[in-house]
Design a binder for this molecule. Structure first.
Ligand code: B12
Ligand code: SF4
Length: 508
């Protein structure tokens, strides 16, 4: 049985990261001797032709795709294209969006055969192993035109039994050229249940942890691939201090020097822990702060106080870790006044901040009980559920008020960064944690520009020859292009060979 896993595209602004979900799925398939390939449409141009070509070449029995809400429509379209080439291919979709909208998905997309709900490692093995759908836990499928939802699958008890995610099956040089971090998951689950999040519903409310040695093995592997930074993708790495110390000690003992970042809650840290994290290389921590209004924090069940937030930020700074405070606007009870309080609070924290707009994703309590929370959902156009576009409103704050607040947040952040830069305290690019990692790499990858070049006339220097050609194609200065191309060639990310005197370039 051959499986093709497809990584669907989404916007550069959301940070193109090598996805952990299908890496884990690919890892377990490979481990159990199944043939598996990845078609990565995030770091290359998306086209129907490319999908068709891949299906014709590889002839998979199963195609699986992952998605979050905002790229569910394109993920579904990918499976539609696959089915149109070969109707016998079994099409499978997983990830947080479809986990909580399995029936809707199968109703609206007749080309999707199976929805995998929740963790997918054992489920995909069952599907490939020929277990009858009715006996396969954690899926939804059609039987005689009826949608069947099977029993839920228990969460994997011992995460160390799962093989390492198969990052090597992805086009790694492209991710390294983008200068994005490598993802590592040290544990799964979160005991909290904030009403706008499905994190704890996906990973469970009892957190499970991986052996720190395996975690750091995976980090070493990523560093060997050329990644320079790591982000722990755990919902809440800082929950279990013993585990965090063990991971940090392992990093320190092995003498690994790299920067890493985490998501955290302000009430799960103390100075000693943060200092150890800093010592082990943690240089950014993203706190889910959400709002500067206590009533809203209480309503969304954040279970922290404004004073705890102040203290958490202060401790992070004292430990020498850059803090990103993450806010959501448009939460239940939001008014023009509370949005003003939030910006004042963000400024008071004297740190960088990021802001999202509430996206009531399927499976969240705020969507399921929208009326109770005074939230009106304005659209089910999933492409707008990017958490930057207002798709819902409160009684007192609609899209116009939310958009106005967003631009005030933006201006406030820019002003704050400008002040710090003026005082020589920060490098602004570093300060925004450089969401825009390598836009040139993105332009080249996203447009398949290198692939489409064909033979490049060779002059004395291969790098110069490529720069000559690219100068007319991308809108960057010659210096910017040359600096990047030279670096990528040196790192082996971009390669060339001579064919009849011309250069043929490709990503390594
Ligand atoms: C790390 C993380 C990020 C990282 C990395 C994202 C990435 N693409 O890898 C960053 C910070 C970049 C990020 C960005 C965003 N994120 Co995010 N993120 C997470 C987080 C905390 C962990 C995800 C993770 O790596 N989990 C570990 C892996 C192993 O689990 P998994 O992906 O769920 O995969 C398993 C199953 O779902 C299933 N599965 C998944 N795909 C497939 C496919 C097949 C074929 C099969 C069989 C099974 C299967 O099997 C996998 C293994 O068990 C989750 C919270 C959570 N716990 O889910 C939020 C979460 C996924 N993010 C969310 C959101 C909203 C976003 C953004 C839109 C950000 C924003 N603007 O707010 C962007 C979207 C980018 C994108 N396309 O993914 C939401 C998604 C909700 C939704 N329904 O859309 C979540 C659930 C948090 C929340 N708010 O509730 N995110
Ligand atoms: S927002 Fe963070 S703390 Fe709240 S449920 Fe989600 S992962 Fe847990």
């Amino acid at each position: 049985m051959r499986t093709l896993l497809v990584n669907p595209p989404y916007a550069f602004s959301e940070i193109p990261i090598l996805p952990m979900g299908i890496s884990y799925i690919a890892g377990i398939l490979e481990h159990y001797g199944h043939e598996v390939q990845i078609l990565d449409l995030l770091v290359s141009r998306y086209s129907r032709e490319k999908i068709v070509r891949k299906i014709e070449e590889y002839q998979p029995d199963i195609v699986g795709v992952t998605s979050v809400t905002m790229n569910y429509p394109i993920a579904s379209e990918i499976l539609k294209h696959c089915k149109s080439v070969d109707k016998d291919i079994t099409t499978v979709i997983g990830g947080p969006h479809v986990t909580f909208s399995a029936v809707e998905t199968l109703n609206e997309a007749p080309w999707i055969d199976i929805v995998v709900r929740g963790e997918g490692e054992q489920t995909i093995l069952d599907i490939l192993g020929g277990v009858k759908p009715a006996d396969t836990k954690g899926i939804a499928y059609r039987s005689d035109g009826e949608i069947v939802i099977t029993d839920g699958r228990s969460l994997i008890e011992n995460l160390d039994e799962i093989p390492l995610p198969a990052k090597h099956l992805f086009p790694l040089s492209r991710y390294v050229a983008l200068d994005v971090h490598a993802s590592v998951v040290a544990g799964r689950g979160c005991p909290f249940n904030c009403i706008f999040c499905v994190g704890s519903k996906m990973g469970g409310r009892r957190a499970r942890y991986r052996n720190p040695r395996l975690v750091v093995d995976e980090i070493e592997q990523a560093l060997n691939y050329g990644f320079k930074e790591v982000n722990f993708e755990d919902d809440l790495l800082t929950l279990n201090h013993k585990h965090v110390y063990a991971v940090c000690d392992e990093i320190i003992q092995r003498g690994l020097k790299f920067n890493w970042s985490v998501f955290a809650r302000v009430d799960t840290v103390n100075l000693e822990l943060l200092r150890r994290m800093r010592e082990a290389g943690c240089n950014w921590m993203l706190y889910g702060v959400e709002s500067g209004n206590q009533q809203i924090l209480n309503t969304v069940r954040k279970k922290v106080t404004l004073d705890q937030i102040r203290e958490g930020v202060r401790l992070g700074k004292e430990a020498g870790i850059n803090i990103m405070a993450s806010f959501i606007i448009g939460l239940p009870g939001e008014t023009v006044e509370t949005m003003k309080e939030t910006i004042e609070f963000a400024l008071e924290l004297e740190t960088t901040w990021g802001f999202n707009v509430l996206s009531p994703f399927p499976g969240t309590e705020v969507r399921e009980k929208a009326d109770e929370y005074g939230i009106r959902i304005l659209t089910d156009d999933w492409t707008q559920y990017d958490a930057n576009t207002p798709v819902s409103r409160t009684e007192a704050a609609g899209p116009a008020e939310i958009a106005a607040a967003l631009s005030r947040y933006n201006e406030g952040l820019m002003q704050y960064l400008a002040d710090l830069t003026k005082e020589g305290k920060i490098d602004p690019a570093e300060a925004i944690h450089s969401k825009m990692r390598s836009p040139l790499a993105w332009t080249l990858l996203h447009g398949d520009i290198i692939e489409d070049l064909g033979p490049v006339e060779s002059n004395d220097d291969p790098v110069d020859s490529l720069v000559d050609r690219l100068e007319g194609i991308v809108s960057y200065t010659r210096e910017q292009i040359k600096e990047n191309i030279a670096k990528w060639v040196e790192e082996g990310l971009l390669k060339y060979e001579l064919q009849e005197g011309d250069l043929i370039w490709r990503w390594g």
